[in-house]
Each structure stands twice: as C-alpha cells, then as structure tokens.
Design a protein around this ligand. Structure first.
Ligand SMILES: [Zn+2]
Length: 1080
C-alpha cells in the first residue's frame, strides 16, 4: 500500500514501504533517504513578517505583541492598558527571572509580621462599612514578577520517602488552636486608603454576590446524600439535627420542578443586604455567634396569604428588589486569619487582595463552608455540600506577595512521620521544641535535630515568624531527590496539525500554523526547551528539524492502525537549534497542502504517533483538529446524525452521545498520562467532531478542549486561536505533577473531580497542571469533630516547573468546627457551593435524564432553604420565603444553571459535551458567569463619563432590560455576544462598528477600532473583559429578529422560557411552594 501523498509539495522519493520502521535504521543516510525532501515555498503566510498582530486585525491588546488574555491575574485590578507592553507578566522568563508563581521572594523577615503594613489596615470587625470604604487600588504597574529572591540557597535533600506516602491515621490529640504567631492582630479600624495616588481606580465589576453560599450538590458517586436517589429527590435530612425537631417527614416529592403554575405573588419585604462580600467586615469566629440579624435573611412574602390564588402576574413585584448579584466596584483586602481565627474569604467572584497570615489564600483553596460541621448529621441537615475547590497554581493579584520558596536542605521538608503531612503553621511544637504534634493526624513526632528551635514565652517557636512554613498558609518547598522518580525532564512542546481537506479549506490549518509560529518565541526559554511538529490527514507526516539539514524533511507514517514513529531525536529538537527551520515549515504547511483532497482524518493515530516520539520525556502535546476522526486508531463514527435519526430513543440516545463512543481513546489517554504527556485539543470545526469521545484524552491528561464552532477564518476565531495558544504555553504551569489533599481526623477526602488521571485512591496524577485548572475535592465525615476545635486541610502538589525545578507547593487551610446550624449558613460560600454543584450536575448529565438532573438541582436548593427556614429563621410567617443572606442568590443561580447549555436536551451534542467538559476544570470565579453571564449596555458608553470603571454596570438578565434602540454586550467568560436592536441610532452603529444600517451587519465579524471615542471605549471594555477572564472571548454580532438574536435572548435566564422554563419570579414562588409543602 502506498501512502497518499499530500499534494503541493514535489517529492523526489516515494513514501516508505509499508512496515518500514525508521527506528531500526542506523545509518543517517538511510534515514534521510527515506524522508521526503520538501520543497519549501517561501511566502504565502500572513505572518511571515515580524510578528504582526494576528491576521492583520487590530491587535486584541494595545501592545503590538498582545499579551495573553490573562497575562494579569484574573480577579485583580487591572493595570491600565498602557502598562501592558512591558507588563506581560507571563512572558518567557528572562534568565533567572521567573514568573512569580514559581519564584521565591524576599526573606521572611522582611515584612515584620507583627506589624500590619500600612495601607493594609483591616476593616473594623463589625458594623458599617468602613468609611471611605474604598481601599483604593494597587499600583497599576505592580509587576507580577517577584522581587529578586533572597531565599535560602542550597538544595538539600532529606525527606520522607514517597512524596505522598502514608494515610491519615486516627488517634492522637487534637489541636484546638494553631500555634500563634502567624497571625498578628492588625490594627482595627477602617482601612486606610491604600495609597490614593496609586494607580487607576478599580474598574472591575465582578458579580459580587452577596456573601457566599450554599448549593448542596450531588454527591459525586453513590454517596449518601441528596442525590442518592435522584429519581425521587430524597431530602438530604437523614436524621434529626441535634436538638432540632424531628426529621422531615417524607416530603411529597414528585412535584415537577417546573410546574409553571405558580401561585401567590411574592412581594419583597426586606431589601437585600448590601453585598456583604466587599464591604462587610469579617466576622470573628472566636466570638459568640452574633445574633441572626447580623446577617439578615432576605425575606419575600406572598401578597396572597395562602397559596391558592393563581399567580397574579409579575407586575406586582418590584423586580428591582429581587436578590441579584450586586457589582462591587471596590477591592477587598483580605487577611486569611485574624486574631488567630480563620477569616472567611470574600466571594470568589469579587475583586480582592489577599495577605497570607496563616491560612492559604482562597485563590488556591476554598471550602464550600467556612466552618466545618462537627457531625455528618449536622451537615446533612443543612442540605449543603462540603467540598474544597483547589486551584493550586492560581494566579495572584499583582499586589499580593508571591509564594515563598523554602529550601530545608538535604533533609527536605519536615513532615509528620505518620500521615506524611507537611510542616505548617498549625503543627504545635511542645517539649521545648523537641517534639511537634501533627494537626492532621494528631501524632507526636520528634523534631529533626537540625530543625530544632526553642519556644518563646508564648509557646511558639522563636523562629516561627522567620520561617514561611511556620507562618504562611502556602509555601513551596524545594524537592529533594526523594521526590523525583527521574531527573526533571526538559519542557517539550509537540504540535500536531490537521491538514485534511476540510481543515485546509476552512483556513483552520493556516490559522493553526500561524498561531504556532507566533508563539514559538513565547515558549519557555532555555536550552532545554524542545519542540516537534507533525501534520496529518489519512497519514501522519513528521518533520525532521535538525539543524544539519538544509531543509526540514518529511517522513510519512502511512500505517494509522499500528503506528510507529521516527527517531525521537530527529523530530523533537531543541528550539534553539531549529527555530529557522520551524518557522519556514510552519509558513509552508498551508500551501503544501492547499490542494489536499484527502477528507479523512487519523486523529487518534496522530496523537499516538506523537506520543511515541515524546514517550521518553513527556511534555505538552497540542493537537489542532478540524473534522471528525474517521480513520485509524480511535476513529469515530458520525453517531450524532445516527442518534438524531433515532428520535424514538429520546434521552437514552442523547446519553449515549454524551458519553465516549468506546474505550480506545480512554486507554490511550491512560497511557499518555502514564508517560507524562499532557494533551490539549483545539477543535476548529464546522461539523460534529464527537467532543464526548475526543475530550477523554485532555481530561485524563490534565489538558483541556478549546472549541471554535462554527470555525470561520473571517471572524475573530484565528485571533482567539492564537491568543488561546499563547496563553496555553505562557501561563504558569507545571509538569509531572501529583496532588493529594489530607484532612484532619474526622474528615476525609471522598473524591476528586477534574482533569487528571487517577491510579490510586489517594492521589491524582497530573501530567500537566496550570493556573486555570481547578480540582474539586469532596469531603466526608468519618468521625465527630469537636466544637471549638479546628479542622485542617492540606493540599500538596509535587510538580516540575517549566524550568525543570522540582517543587512541592503546600497549601494549608484550618477552619473552625461548629455544631451550630446557623453558623453553617452564615459561613456558607455561595460561589464555591455553586461551583461544586454545577460540576456535579455536569457529571450527571451524560448518564441521567436531564429532567431528573434538573429536578435534583432544584431539590437541593429547596432543601437548603428549607433547612434554614425550619431551623434558623424562627420568626416569620409561612407566607414568607426566607433566604439566608449568604445564600440569597442560590435560587437565581440554580435557575440559570437549569437553563444552561448542558441542560438543553435539544441542544447540539458537541455544544453540550463541550460545556460539560469545560465546567469540569473551571475555576470557581468563572462558574457563576458561565451560567449567569454579565450583560451591559454599550450604546451609551459615552454617558458614564464620571464612572471610574471601564466596564459598565451589569444588567439583570431579562429582556425587560433590552430595548430596540439599544446595543448590549453579554459575556460568560468564553463567548461574548453583541446584540443590536432594530431601531438603533445609525450614528452610533456607524461609530461602533462602521455600519451605516442594521441591514449591513455581517455574519462574520471582527471588532475593530474606528477613529472615535465611542469605538475606543468599546474596545477598552472588550479588552478589559478579556483580561479579567484570562480568555480571548469570541465576539458575535446578534440582530433582533433572526437566529442570532434568538441566541442572545436565550441567555435571558430570568425570563419565562417559551418551552416551559420559569421566570425568576415564578421560580421563587415555585421554590417557596415546595418549602411550604415540606414544612407541613
Ligand atoms: Zn500526621
């Protein structure tokens, strides 16, 4: 069989015979003889010049080399655009200078822990918002890079055996309080404005929900819990709360979640609290629980007493009084501990600056409830979910201190000899420092001799404030030999590009090559970084990039069933040796294949072949795919079409389509993970590609799917592809990682959720881990906790930096335990609960009918509110719907979730699969906007002159806010839609987009900067959103009246849906009714 030869490139030699194995060849000559000599056609690519903005469009960012969309930490304050050019914090490190996440910082003592730095004064412990509440912003030029480090030098080794040995063991004393010291009590009082002169005003307007809160969620697996019997919505109340009334009798379930006939118009009786997130002073957990009124519930009462009268229509309701996310324009300053107590973090969706005073930053690890219920019964009664959301490499705010690196020499990090927990601020030293008690398992250990230090009069080690590992919630230890299975590998980036007919003709191949070519310079520098490239259609084409060769040579691998690969040393080459070759090649590929008539795509075989080449080192495999894989290993069928034609199968058929087609790709994924290859797939497609099957590979290897549908070279897809790729390779990340979470006795990890490979129950393997990836860790009780004590969680991530350093990042969070239900509701973290909840719902969708998942989701919400209503809100009539302050947005988010893409039974299968996948590793701050996007008016950008923020105020998602003469921007962190009413002022249309009438609006669209202030403002808004979201949002224009307009309106989740979805008001009434039913 002779391999089809990609057209376009004259070849002097026939392809290698079948079965030819280049690896068996010894003589370099014979190898070369079997490669196809490519005639490279020079020009033809748009980007052959000196790195112009992608595709000639106006650069997405002001600088000529646009920073990756997330170059600056997501949730943080924006440096003004003018600082971007030099501000690219994530660019390739220069020499020793590394991005902050990997860098050590000044010696611990440099900030005397006993003094709160000026400008970081804390808000008052209680009472009204601090006067002049705005803490001010941070310096716009705040560099992300850490100051030069003077961290301890010298790598040492010591250390316990395997990085993650041992398991938590029972027994041993419990440590009620952490050793002090870490937590100096800062002066109380209103925050002094942080340098009023520093930098621009905060412009970010995240959804600041009210304080956090609870969305109980599906127990991942067969857990006892709300979801154990999905079909019936069993209430989570498995037993009576201590001292509480009897358990709820079997509530009359089976009420369809969306029985549209709601009754009794609720009227709003108590206005929602001001967003507690940013303004409310932290509560002190050591204090007696404040009266409930401290966190006043939101109460909505029925205008019509007994629910009997039909819904009188929403007109009676003041919609502006319904709980909604309240934008918080100011930045919150957050100390992780105050006065030796855990300080509950601000909502994940708000803008805040963290100071690590003992607990880790909430960016790295957040608990769904900021107090831990003492018993499983109490947790069950609350209806809430107990879980951690871990984002171990999360980006910091530019004003935050970088993580300190600790090198304890040859001994390595000090660890508990029983449970292997790492030394942390909550381990208690006793016996003049000769011993320490583990805060996780309670075991008493001998202090290693060279780590000994006497205790001061306060019982703390005298050096506690000088040692980051004894006073910080997050530190990074230099790993010793014991933590290495092998030497750290060089960073390897292997690009695989689809050149089948469809890919070439749609411009996807050219877009991919252009993007790769432009990011080559952004790859981590250093002589060790290596790259490789292959293309594929029905065969796989490798390229020999060795410098010695005049031109890159192509080797075709025709066998896509039993794949082999050329010599690794030929196809994966140090970047310094092959840059000119590589650039030439990337420039030539689109023209080489421009007449390709091969429609087949051997995706699986290409991945496998590239994997074989990378096997010895591991690394990143970036695959650009445009059609359904139809050939060779792991080929897939067009089962969507088959599924659609089989309508009688209904839901069952849809479920099959949302699950991987077979186990071939999963098996391959496991092998990739085992050899530390992390795969990202960029789907630039116009057809069904079976994301449910393909995504198994990135999900198992710590990678992700990027989805461009329908791909168009004329839209901003190529720009997004470039920016996504660039961020992919420049963002903080690590390789060959292993992660484990340890918990104090009484609680244990139930399960991990996210993109990783799991071989043993306790650890997750991450061939790749980056700053955007979040892992959910569900927890369960295995014993009672003691009221008043603290429960600790420690997440350890062992990984290799892109510069080949082996590190252990250790994050420790210690939270108070409580046996008081009201405390749980007060301490609920809405964003985290909702994130857990959404992730678990997404996991369920492929296997459970959507109707049931929706019902479960709503039941969870009802049960949480019911528990609060029944046990915590004592004085109110049954005519009122009472929402705990921290959870008041739960119904809104739940409603939005049930209307999101994943839940659309009639939606495109790939869209739903992508959504399910996307949410699995999505960071907490991005989950809410994904289901409840941000919408703003942009036709009147001129009018908010006095407004400090770049981004206009967001509007509730209801079509009542959309007028025919308006233009609106809606973004969910992934896509952005611009809706244009049909009677918009043509002058504004002209200024913003350059169209003279609505009719001229094209389907393909690239936002450009026109020479007027309005246009500039719109571009600024879009740039700012991209920066905040770390994502180059795809922009789409939507017109009233056509399909695009319908798409936009489908995001109006507060509206009644023509197909049966309740409006927000109706939903509140529905929830209230369910609660009333359960109360009786
Ligand atoms: Zn221990």
């Amino acid at each position: 069989m002779s391999a089809p030869v990609p057209p376009g490139a004259p070849r002097q030699q026939p392809p290698p015979p079948q079965g030819y194995n280049p690896n068996a060849q010894r003589a370099p000559d014979s190898l070369a003889a079997n490669m196809q000599n490519m005639n490279l056609h020079r020009p033809s690519m748009a980007n052959s010049g000196p790195r112009p903005p992608p595709f000639g469009q106006s650069p997405p960012f002001p600088s000529s080399r646009p920073p990756p969309p997330g170059a600056i930490p997501r949730p943080s304050g924006p440096p003004p655009p003018s600082t971007w050019p030099q501000g690219r914090p994530t660019g390739p490190p220069m020499g020793q200078q590394q991005p902050s996440p990997f860098q050590s910082r000044p010696p611990p003592g440099s900030v005397p822990p006993s003094m709160a730095p000026t400008g970081l004064a804390m808000p008052p412990p209680s009472g009204a918002p601090p006067s002049g509440a705005r803490p001010g912003s941070f310096p716009s030029s705040a560099p992300l890079n850490a100051p030069p480090s003077s961290a301890p030098t010298g790598f040492a080794s010591n250390g316990p055996s395997p990085p993650f040995g041992g398991a938590t063991m029972p027994g041993g004393p419990r440590i009620p309080l952490p050793p002090g010291g870490v937590l100096q009590q800062p002066p109380l009082g209103p925050p002094s404005a942080m340098g009023a002169s520093r930098g621009p005003p905060q412009s970010m307007r995240p959804f600041s929900s009210s304080s956090g809160v609870s969305a109980p969620s599906f127990p991942p697996q067969p857990v006892s819990g709300p979801f154990s019997d999905p079909s019936q919505g069993v209430p989570p109340f498995s037993g009576p709360p201590q001292g509480g009334p009897a358990p709820f009798g079997a509530p009359s379930q089976g009420v369809p979640p969306f029985s549209a006939q709601s009754q009794g118009v609720p009227t709003f009786t108590a206005p929602p609290q001001v967003a507690p997130g940013s303004m409310q002073p932290p509560r002190m957990y050591g204090m007696p629980p404040p009266p409930l009124s401290h966190q006043q519930p939101t109460t909505i009462s029925h205008a019509i007493g007994q629910g009997g009268s039909p819904m009188a229509g929403p007109s009676k309701i003041d919609r502006s009084q319904i709980p909604r996310p309240i934008p918080s324009p100011s930045v919150t300053l957050h100390d992780t501990r105050l006065g030796n107590q855990a300080n509950p973090p601000p909502p994940a969706t708000t803008d805040y600056i963290v100071r690590d005073t003992g607990n880790c930053s909430p960016r790295y690890m957040r608990c769904s409830i900021n107090q831990i219920p003492c018993t499983v019964d109490l947790l069950t009664t609350s209806g809430m979910q107990l879980a951690l959301l871990v984002q171990p490499l999360a980006l910091l705010h530019p004003s935050e201190d970088p993580i300190q690196t600790v090198d304890l020499g040859e001994g390595g990090p000090v660890r508990c000899s029983r449970c292997k927990a790492y030394i942390n601020p909550f381990m208690k030293f006793i016996d003049q420092g000769r011993q320490f008690i583990c805060n996780l398992c309670g075991f008493t250990d001998e202090t290693p001799r060279d780590y000994h230090c006497n205790l001061g009069p306060d019982g703390r080690r005298r050096d506690a404030d000088e040692r980051p590992e004894l006073c910080r919630g997050t530190v990074e230890f230099v790993a010793t030999r014991e933590y290495m299975v092998r030497d750290p590998m060089p960073a390897v980036y292997f690009f695989v590009v689809d050149v089948s007919m469809n890919a070439v003709q749609t411009g996807a191949t050219a877009a991919a090559c252009s993007a790769i070519s432009q990011v080559i310079d952004d790859l981590p520098e250093g002589s060790q970084t290596r790259v490789g490239i292959a293309t594929f259609d029905s065969t796989i084409h490798f390229y020999n990039l060795k410098r010695a060769l005049q031109q890159p040579l192509m080797l075709i691998v025709p066998d896509v069933q039993d794949v082999y690969t050329p010599l690794e040393s030929d196809v994966i080459v140090q970047i310094s040796e092959c840059r000119p070759h590589l650039e030439l090649l990337l420039e030539s590929i689109p023209s080489m294949f421009q007449n390709n008539r091969t429609a087949e795509s051997a995706f699986g075989a290409a991945v496998k072949a590239a994997f074989l080449a990378m096997k010895s080192t591991g690394g990143k495999l970036l695959v650009f795919q445009s059609v359904l894989p139809s050939l060779g290993i792991g080929s897939l069928s067009a089962r969507e079409a088959e599924g659609r034609s089989n309508i009688s199968a209904g839901d069952k058929e849809a479920h099959k389509l949302l699950q991987p087609a077979d186990k071939t790709l999963k098996a391959m994924a496991m092998e990739l993970a085992e050899y530390q290859v992390c795969v990202d797939v960029f789907l630039t497609t116009q057809t069904y590609t079976d994301i449910a099957s393909i995504s198994v590979i990135p999900r198992t290897t710590g990678g992700q799917v990027y989805y461009y549908y329908p791909f168009s070279a004329l839209s901003d897809d190529p720009a997004k592809l470039y920016n996504d790729l660039r961020w992919n390779v420049t963002r903080p990340q690590g390789f060959e990682a292993v992660m484990r979470v340890r918990c104090s006795q009484g609680v244990q990890v139930q399960e991990y959720h996210g993109n990783f490979c799991k071989r043993i129950p306790t650890d997750v393997d991450l061939p790749g881990i980056d700053c955007d990836k979040s892992i959910m860790v569900t927890l369960k009780h295995d014993d009672k906790l003691q009221d008043g004590s603290e429960c600790s969680f420690q997440c350890a991530l062992l990984y290799t930096t892109v510069y080949g350093q082996r590190r252990i990042r250790v994050m420790t969070l210690s939270l108070p335990c409580t046996s008081n239900l009201s405390n749980l509701f007060r301490a609920a973290d809405l964003d985290t609960q909702f994130a857990c909840f959404s992730k678990q719902a997404a996991d369920q969708i492929p296997t459970t009918p959507v109707v049931l998942v929706r019902e479960q989701v709503i039941n969870l919400c009802v049960n949480v509110l019911l528990a609060y209503r029944k046990f915590c809100a004592t004085v109110s009539s049954s005519g009122q719907l009472i929402l705990p302050e921290a959870l008041k947005l739960l119904p809104l988010y739940i409603l939005a979730l049930t209307k999101s893409i994943g839940f659309k039974a009639d939606g495109r299968i790939d869209d739903r699969s992508f959504w399910i996948n996307h949410i699995s590793s999505l960071a907490t701050p991005l989950v809410v906007p994904l289901v409840y996007p941000r919408m703003m008016a942009i036709h009147d950008l001129d009018s908010n002159e006095g407004d400090e923020s770049i981004i206009p105020q967001s509007l509730p998602l209801t079509s009542e806010n959309i007028s025919d003469d308006g233009i609106y921007l809606l973004e969910n962190g992934e896509d952005a839609l611009i809706y244009i009413g049909n009677s918009v002022d043509t002058n504004i249309l002209q200024q913003l987009f350059g169209f003279s009438s609505v009719d001229e609006i094209p389907t393909q669209f690239v936002l450009q900067q026109h020479g007027n202030p309005l246009s500039k403002k719109l571009n600024d808004v879009v740039d700012e959103i991209r920066r905040q979201r770390c994502s180059y949002l795809r922009l789409r224009l939507c017109k009233k009246g056509d399909q695009s307009g319908m798409t936009f309106l489908s995001y109006m989740v507060e509206d009644k849906n023509p197909t049966g979805g309740l409006s927000y008001v109706e939903f509140l009434v529905h929830i209230h009714r369910q609660i009333q039913v359960k109360m009786t």
